[in-house]
Design a protein around this ligand. Structure first.
Ligand code: SAH
Ligand code: SF4
Length: 386
């Protein structure tokens, strides 16, 4: 079993299984926690303050291995994308593959993590929505994405930053300072794992990330939104993309289940939302679809009275997508209307487009290759039936 990404309860259980006496369990668990999450230990041998026989027994049954990094790509703008293969769940499982993306800026580094393999929702403009295979990631698999990123970026004590590409560094600056759940999957359809992962990421004795620097993005799973605010206390982003139900039904099909009125009501009631902790509304700019000045005004009207930030995302094209990104002029006009209504700096610069790492472009290459292989197999079987 893998301990990198485990909860405190799982670590205690693992220690118990290796014969650590009850009276020592909490102390040993704290030591392990510190080594795994604060120091980033990749093997038990490094843990100098734990007795050798205990370490030997742990190493026999458990591992601190991370998911395998199948591929790493570095964009011209410094964005990095990793394709990770999760440990197989059983003998015939090849291991699920997911992508996560690192976006460096001069004073911060944001890691965009995945919460599912693929997504069961199929927003018409999103590449992930076309992936055939879907399963939830475990809390450990979500946390492991952060561990891999910190390993690779030299972000654990004593680590060495990679030779190429931007990595923010300096007194008190962490390479991974922010986390956004904007990779593959709908985080609120995997609530428990996301909640447990957030608890590990924000634990002060370990990775110690601030809740204010973690943002969970949802396409609008209304029944889970209040729980997210109450149990996780992270920042919320809502993928709005349209100002009326007829259009949103088409772009974000989940809208048929939870229409705009219900969604905005849940935002109004979101625990912890305030002018200091605003909800981000994401709005993808689709040419000729949702980008008119009238829609910009409708957007402002819709969000009136809500502690909101608006994030305009230029549409990121992917092979075979039916949409185009709005012209720059159109985006500027739209953003001006939003800006004049009192919302600051709303256009999100696309990052990592050259390596298909931007929002909504994640879909693992090997998954596509496998889908192609399956199609060829089906075709050859069909030919055989003739
Ligand atoms: N499932 C969640 C989080 C992952 S998607 C959600 O939908 O919110 C993260 C963001 O990228 C969402 O706002 C999503 O609508 C947006 N997105 C998806 N495909 C996109 C694309 N091709 N171009 C730009 N943004 C896209
Ligand atoms: Fe899923 Fe989000 Fe993509 Fe919609 S935009 S298909 S909810 S990942």
């Amino acid at each position: 079993m893998r301990l990198a990404g485990a909860t405190r309860g799982e670590i205690i259980q693992s220690l118990r299984e290796t014969g650590v006496p009850d009276r020592e369990l909490n102390m040993r668990a704290s030591q392990l926690w510190h080594w795994i999450y604060h120091r980033g230990a990749g093997d038990f041998g490094a843990m100098r303050n734990i007795a050798r026989p205990v370490l030997d027994r742990l190493a026999e049954r458990f591992t601190l291995a991370r998911p395998e990094v199948v591929a790493e790509q570095l964009s011209a703008d410094g964005t990095r994308k990793w394709l990770l293969r999760m440990a197989p769940a059983h003998r015939f499982d090849k291991g699920a593959e997911i992508e996560c993306v690192y976006i460096p800026e001069s004073d911060r580094g944001t890691l965009c993590v995945s919460s599912q393999v693929g997504c069961t929702l199929n927003c018409s403009f999103c590449h992930t929505g076309t992936m055939p295979l879907v399963r939830n990631l475990t809390a450990a698999e979500i946390v492991a994405q952060v561990l891999v990123a910190r390993d690779r970026l030299g972000d654990f004590p004593g680590g060495v930053a990679p030779a190429s590409g931007l990595v923010p560094k300096g007194e008190g600056v962490r390479a991974v300072s922010n986390i956004v759940f904007m990779g593959m999957g709908e985080p609120l359809y995997n609530f428990e794992a996301v909640r447990d992962a957030i608890a590990i990421l924000t634990d002060g004795d370990g990775l110690s990330l601030s809740k204010r620097r973690i943002t969970v993005s949802t396409s609008g799973v209304v029944p889970e939104m209040a729980r997210l605010g109450a149990e996780c206390g992270t920042m919320l982003a809502v993928s709005l993309h349209a100002t009326n139900n007829a259009l949103r039904d088409k772009l974000v099909p989940l809208n048929r289940k939870y229409p705009l009125e219900t969604l905005l009501e849940a935002c109004r009631n979101y625990p912890g939302a305030s002018n200091a902790r605003r909800i981000t509304f994401e709005y993808v700019m689709l040419k000729g679809v949702n980008d008119s000045p009238a829609e910009a005004r409708a957007l402002v009207r819709l969000l009136k009275g809500l502690p909101a930030k608006i994030n305009l995302i230029p549409f990121n094209p992917w092979p075979g997508s039916a949409f185009e990104c709005s012209d720059w002029q159109t985006i500027e006009r739209f953003s001006e209307i939003v800006f004049n209504a009192g919302y600051a700096s709303p256009v999100r610069t696309p990052r990592g487009r050259d390596i298909l790492a931007a929002c909504g472009q994640l879909k693992s290459e090997s998954e596509k290759l496998r889908a192609r292989a399956r199609m060829m197999l089906e075709e050859s079987l069909a030919v055989g039936q003739d």
